[in-house]
Design a binder for this molecule. Sequence first.
Ligand code: G1P
Ligand code: ZN
Length: 543
Amino acid sequence: MQTLTVATTPFNDQKPGTSGLRKRVSTFQKPHYLENFVQAIFDSIAAPGGSTLVLGGDGRHYNREAIQVILKMAAANGFARVMVGLDGILSTPAASCVIRKYKTYGGIILSASHNPGGPDGDFGIKYNGSNGGPATETVTGAIYAVSKSIAQYRSVNAPDVALDKPGDHRIGSMTVTVFDPVADYADLMESLFDFGAIRELLGAGFRIKFDAMHAVTGPYAREIFVNRLGASAASVMNAVPLPDFGNGHPDPNLTYARELVETMYGDNAPDFGAASDGDGDRNMILGRHFFVNPSDSLAIIAANAHLVPGYRSGLAGIARSMPTSAAADRVAESLGIPCYETPTGWKFFGNLMDAGKVTLCGEESFGTGSDHVREKDGLWAVLFWLNIVAARKQSVETITLEHWTQFGRNVYSRHDYEGIPTDAANGVMQLLHDSFKTLPGKEFGRYAVAFCDDFSYTDPVDGSVSTGQGVRILFTDGSRIVFRLSGTGTEGATLRIYLEAFEPDVSKHKLDAQTALAELISIALQVTELRARTGREAPTVIT
Ligand code: G1P
Ligand code: ZN
């Protein structure tokens, strides 16, 4: 086997975003593009010779080709072993689970998460460390620095590995172990949740519908819901991972999971509905004719954790991203445990979990998880809810309404303006910054601005500081509006507007969030001059 040192020149756009490097497939297909980034990872992490790496992805277009490239580069960079999911499949939470279970040096996950796939869609790559979590900003910064000055990468001349054949293969002296990507993860879920109680619930006629959105969770959902929990095969829809996700947008929200939403709001709807995204780390929870906002989901999971075997001994703390509603804070307060507010992105939770400061973490963007792995985990959240329903013997809607009665409701919504011109988006953010001095004290109808800032975070574990994490306008009554530009998009810019108001009055809890937040929504449009600056009349996605 011949080791190759290939001369290359840097690309100037390989800065990892909120979650790894995401670009169009065609960008990754440019000669040396993928190789440069992979070599930048290997140079930055400096794995000792003889290390093991986990590798797999969400099955999107270019997944298999990229795996073959990375395997050969891993062999040339001194890895002793790479564990690859069968057919190149590995959900993000399952990758985290396997890295931890087999104590590997780290892992490379190929995914652009919820972004569309196919030849004209997106591809992505990210590195996770030995704790199973996304590389910290220090590591991603180092990867970016290397990518800007890279002059060569290493690979080997070797035939492709048969990814459809389980067992050990060899590339020179490196072993490639093709393994079942589902079993370890399903075992972990079975160790956390009361599968007996859920099986009984399903056996008693409780009907569920899980939408895998033609993405990676199909095989996981079949094994867990159908094989282990006895749900009917029809309970899992769009269960076969496709390279183009069936031309869909594998994002579990009210807009893109339309088929599931129509089923759950239709006649004779099932009792429980859920969906996950491209790589299996997001979740959407629905009851019959009912949507659970992800911020509420985190709070409800926390408040009911004592009903779930894996969490019965109590929670160390909760962490939520800054734009996520403060519903979880109220639960933390009543439990007498700390609640941390971090910037957007799962990588900020890793240190808190590793230090034992938090058990549960969540983001408003359909992300919930715990310290069982170091990624958010879609199926975990679905199983958590099923466990709660099985224990309380109440509907999703009743559980949520009772939660609001006890804690009050943090009415919440996120408005996304996708694919707006970058200049216009930057202009809006600049305008907001420019108004920091004049906004405080200003009145908008019944709302008065208390203060505004651009959120910055000091990691309580390693002291690292992250600035510019989102503009916040806080009002005197505790309501707030947050503005951020997305760090995961690949085309133009996406402006996210997060709106939150607290409603203690039970008689108003059933109000539609858009109605309840109407005044805040109009303030957001006013202070950003959004319509004039972007020409957009309405958001692309409302959650
Ligand atoms: C989005 C979400 C964020 C999440 C990330 C990765 O990032 O808002 O909460 O961690 O995807 O799934 P954004 O596009 O807003 O930077
Ligand atoms: Zn994802």
